[in-house]
Design a protein around this ligand. Structure first.
Ligand SMILES: Cc1ncc(COP(=O)(O)O)c(C=O)c1O
Length: 388
């Protein structure tokens, strides 16, 4: 059978070899430290689970939902006021997606035409590339470099590229590089987009995981952003609900309407018990979110500080649930190094090459184990002899 040409846009599954190795070592009973996938190990808060269970007990909640409940849209608008101080959002500014992964993956189909240019970070979260390419767009990668603290530098984007760009995707705190934006930087990006008539898409997956006392915000804290931006706002990482797939697109009504038009062609809406769970998360207590951020920071300290103490010079991550580690001296191939790390230390991380051309030369660790287990992982790396 001849399959869709679109599938040829995607390369071979580079994780397959790493995963096969992991399964083989597990079968041998080896102790493994899985720091590869960014799914939180913290529990989902009880009030969110309870809302889902209660809603699931009612027959009427098992039908097609067909739409976002008005109470859900209002809860998102209320949360933006309570958490970010962003006033004035209305129902027309909000729609749900089954996760930001789903939303970003479909974005190009709603916004782009064949041959459009979109600005993406490199390295980046892989679905950014998928979303652009499925929509027929050509990514133009702006580099996140060590020299610029892994932050977007709009002055590095040539004028002729800016002139033709349809949208720019920005995601801070950044996966995989762990950098965090400042209000000044966001202002620069918003101004750049306004000046060049580029639509801005902000993926705000990690607004609640920022370290060293810095508080995350929303793109709509920046003057002028309302006219040029939408934001993907996911509950996955703040509330440990990755499996429930709850995310929202928030911002300019015409863009929300376009994405809704696309979504309603292929989906009958979010399962109602999940909508009630989302309302509970958005309107409930937030103290656990803050405690959890402190726990992530302790893990960051254990991993980055621990690796430095054994001679691997890994800088502190500033936010997200990831640490971006340059390969130890003498190594150049991130996939090969990951295979060695799993074989010799039992530590599983992700090759930087899987996040775009500039990711080679790095590996990404996810902060998904408690401090004690991270300390054991660091010891296992020290014992492996891989770091000199
Ligand atoms: C930057 C970024 N955006 C989006 C997502 C996906 O979030 P969701 O669970 O809402 O699909 C992730 C998940 O790791 C991520 O790192």
């Amino acid at each position: 059978m001849e399959f869709s040409k679109r599938l040829e846009l995607f390369g071979p599954e580079i994780f397959a070899a790493l995963n096969d190795r992991k399964v083989a070592l597990e079968a041998e009973g080896r102790t493994l430290y899985n720091l590869s996938v960014g799914t939180p190990d913290f529990p989902t808060p009880p009030h969110i689970k309870q809302a889902l269970v209660e809603a699931a007990a009612k027959d009427e909640n098992w039908k097609y939902s067909l739409r976002d409940l008005p109470e859900l849209l209002d809860a998102v608008c209320g949360y933006y006021v309570r958490r970010f101080g962003v006033e004035g959002l209305a129902r027309e500014n909000v729609m749900s997606f089954a996760g930001s992964q789903d939303g970003i993956g479909h974005l190009g189909l709603a916004l782009c035409n064949d041959g459009d240019t979109v600005l993406l970070p490199d390295p980046c979260y892989p679905v950014f590339m998928t979303g652009a390419r499925l929509g027929g767009a050509q990514p133009w990668f702006y580099k996140l470099t060590k020299e610029n603290r892994f932050l977007p530098d709009v002055s590095s984007i040539p004028a002729e590229v800016a002139k033709k760009a349809k949208f720019m995707l920005v995601s801070l705190p950044a996966n995989p590089v762990g950098s965090v934006g400042t209000p000044e930087l966001y202002r620069e990006i918003v101004d750049f987009c306004r000046t060049n008539d580029i639509f801005l898409v902000h993926d705000n997956a990690y607004s609640d995981i920022i370290f060293d006392g810095v508080k995350g915000g929303s793109i709509f804290n920046i003057p002028g952003a309302r006219e040029v931006a939408v934001e993907f706002f996911s509950l996955s990482k703040s509330f440990n609900v990755t499996g429930a797939r709850i995310s929202f697109l928030v911002g300019r009504p015409d863009v929300v309407a376009a994405c809704k038009k696309l979504r309603t062609q292929i989906d009958f809406g979010m399962f109602l018990p999940i909508q009630y769970a989302a309302i509970a998360a958005l309107t409930g207590p937030l103290d656990m979110v803050q405690r959890q951020c402190a726990d992530y920071q302790a893990r960051r300290d254990a991993l980055c500080g621990g690796l430095r103490s054994i001679g691997w010079d890994v800088p502190d991550s500033h936010g997200s649930m990831f640490v971006w580690a340059p390969l130890p001296e003498g190594r150049t191939d991130s996939m090969a190094f990951c295979m060695e790390l799993i074989d010799k230390a039992g530590v599983i991380c992700t090759p930087g090459a899987s996040f775009g051309p500039s990711g080679e030369g790095y590996v990404r660790f996810a902060l998904t184990l408690p401090v004690e287990r991270i300390a054991q992982a660091v010891q296992a790396i020290a014992d492996s002899g891989l770091i000199h």
